[in-house]
Design a protein around this ligand. Sequence first.
Ligand code: CTP
Ligand code: MG
Length: 236
Amino acid sequence: MSRYLALVPAAGVGSRFGAGRPKQYVEIDGRSVLEHTLRRLLAEPQIERVAVVVSPQDGYYAQAVRLPENLAARVTWLRCGGESRADSVFNGLNALLAQGLARPDDCILVHDAARCCLPRSALRRLLDQAGGHPAGGILALPVADTLKRAGAGSAIAATVSRKGLWQAQTPQLFRADLLQRALSHTDFADITDEASAVERLGVQPLLVAGDSRNLKMTLPQDEYIVRLLLAAEQAT
Ligand code: CTP
Ligand code: MG
């Protein structure tokens, strides 16, 4: 049976969030965003190990993540972040395979450091529905809003049907060998998730129902929602 390993790209600078430090190191409710994210993945016993890809220049991570010994023992820090998210994921995956920490038939769950409210139920759904699937799968949500295509001067050029359209989230789960092959065959410039690289091989990963609480902290106003979500969880 293949094992589950998580790979967390955390080498971004958070330019849209604009906090004066990378957004994964912003503190919310006494813990950094990255620590919240790691605790959620580590709370799932089927995930054997969580590898975190940070930038080689990262001066924050050692202070920003405080885990009890039993959880820290399942975390591997990789200081091989790259220029783009896809570079960071590819470098991290290659390091895991080269160090023998991952095997080609392991299932890798790539999860954004900035998605720190991942519900346990959504993670379980992904493992249950895509874990045994050769093409893997991703969490995603059917588009809820009406879609407009912008024309000149920000005027509406057209209304686009949302039928059949989904918004991709993470985790995105693939066998390590498939993910490595997909990323080594692609130009990273136009890649914003792993599934799109896998799709280019002609492989069709599954869409598994995600959760609106699994938002990616991207803009400053997202911090407000994350605080509310974490507080609401503590209250229940
Ligand atoms: N990421 C990474 N390496 C990069 C760029 C991004 O590991 N070179 C990570 C981020 O740390 C984040 C995830 O990929 O956990 C999703 O990226 P995004 O939300 O775009 O984060 P940033 O790139 O940091 O933000 P921005 O695009 O606003 O600068
Ligand atoms: Mg980015």
